[in-house]
Design a protein around this ligand. Structure first.
Ligand code: ZN
Ligand code: ZN
Length: 412
């Protein structure tokens, strides 16, 4: 097998995002959000989208340097300001059933010297302004996909040695490989992968465990699962029936925990990059589903702000399982980017639960969803707890436990 050229791999990556990820339908508009650096990819995606029948491709650009300038120089009382036209535009686009691609790439240390209160306030304002748009995304009323793009600042954080050029090359190689864009038939490779994830979900759904029991160094956790929970992973479908893959890469299968039935302690196994700040080596203790103790070696102030976002941010909204043999774990790279790191490791998320993780959840009132164990919050932030020392048991309705994962790998 001959190595594909960089241009071919970039083209594959663009085509994967448009045709497999968001699976743009003829006649749809495509909205792309991403950093200026990603322009070479965005241009290829635009061409790919028009060739697939897009009516209009619209791009909303972002830039780390502009974001940083705001934190450095904007009035301290201005962090509830927001470009409301953008929020309104996204809501209108969602109402029109447009397709959405977001390119998540940022310097993980961008805001490390900035006031955590302002970092949290900017995040909160962003979440509030886009709440109505996110509701469309979270309920799968539209087809959407999140991908990434290497930045020099980000590559320098990951690969400490080498020149800026070789650092960027290594990050490109990793992203192409993990996304299967370096394969001769990337589309077929993705089909095989999503079929495997679907089979795993089907097995877990048939089991209907009442709880998962986690054991590892620094972890002793009993995590309740609500009745009629549903596991998801890989490919999804919009309410109108368009298949799409929300995250590229994706290796996880996930569902929602019962917001009131989590007991014990977890310790993070990878740093969490949140709002431009790294939160590292942290421990959370749960009683009755609520976080009652927080400690962190790094970024504790920002972690506390996150947990304080609202009532639901102190409870869990997602539980995800990823074997240590996933290509991302195998790469051995710490990406400082949740899109990759969450797929390297089993994880949990504080905050909002996905309603589709409960049978009938999307149609429930807020009260009925909460009564069934569903968590509500403005926040939804994943953090990694998996390792090759983690054992997980599934607890059946009769109380019997059976091994689900051992030393970070699926049993059976
Ligand atoms: Zn996840
Ligand atoms: Zn998540």
């Amino acid at each position: 097998m001959t190595e594909l050229s960089f241009e071919q791999k970039l083209q594959n990556y663009a085509d994967l995002a448009v045709k497999v990820g968001v699976n743009l339908q003829p006649g749809q508009r495509l909205i792309v959000r991403g950093p200026l650096e990603a322009a070479p990819l965005v241009r290829l995606m635009a061409a790919s989208a028009y060739q697939a029948g897009a009516r209009l491709v619209d791009v909303i650009w972002s830039d780390d340097a502009v974001t940083l300038a705001r934190f450095q120089y904007a009035p301290r009382d201005s962090f509830t300001e927001y470009p409301t036209w953008q929020a309104q535009g996204l809501i209108e686009a969602a109402q029109r059933s447009d397709a959405f691609i977001a390119i998540h790439a940022t310097d993980p240390d961008l805001l490390k010297d900035q006031d955590p209160d302002l970092v949290a306030l900017a995040q909160r304002t962003h979440q509030q302004q886009l709440q109505e748009y996110f509701a469309y995304i979270m309920a799968d009323k539209v087809n959407w996909c999140v991908i990434s793009y290497p930045l020099a600042t980000w590559a320098a954080k990951i690969f400490l040695d080498g020149t800026p050029e070789t650092q960027l090359d290594r990050l490109w190689a990793a992203i192409f490989k993990i996304n299967r864009a370096d394969q001769p038939d990337p589309v077929a490779a993705w089909q095989a992968h999503t079929q495997q994830l679907a089979a795993r979900c089907a097995r877990l759904n048939a089991k209907q465990y009442t709880a998962l029991k986690y054991t590892a160094p620094g972890v002793d956790l009993m995590l309740g699962l609500p009745d009629h929970h549903e596991w998801h992973g890989g490919q999804k479908e919009t309410l109108a029936g368009i298949p799409f893959i929300p995250n590229m890469p994706t290796e996880e299968v996930f569902t929602m925990p019962h917001k009131d039935r989590v007991e014990g302690v977890v310790t993070s196994t990878k740093p969490l990059s949140y709002g431009g700040v790294l939160i590292d080596n942290f421990q959370l203790r749960f009683v009755g589903g609520k976080i009652v103790e927080i400690s962190a070696d790094k970024g504790e102030a920002v972690l506390r702000k996150l947990i304080d976002t609202d009532e639901g941010a102190a409870r869990l909204g997602e539980v995800a399982l990823v074997p240590q043999s996933s290509p991302i774990a195998q790469s051995g790279i710490l990406f400082y980017n949740t899109l990759f790191d969450e797929n390297a490791s089993s994880h949990l998320a504080v905050g909002r639960a996905y309603r589709f993780c409960l049978q009938g959840g999307p149609e429930m009132s807020d009260e009925a969803f909460a009564a069934a164990g569903g968590n509500h919050s403005l926040a939804h932030v994943d953090f990694m707890i998996g390792s090759d020392q983690m054992d997980i048991d599934g607890v059946l309705a009769d109380g019997a436990a059976e091994p689900l994962m051992r030393a970070g790998e699926w049993v059976g």
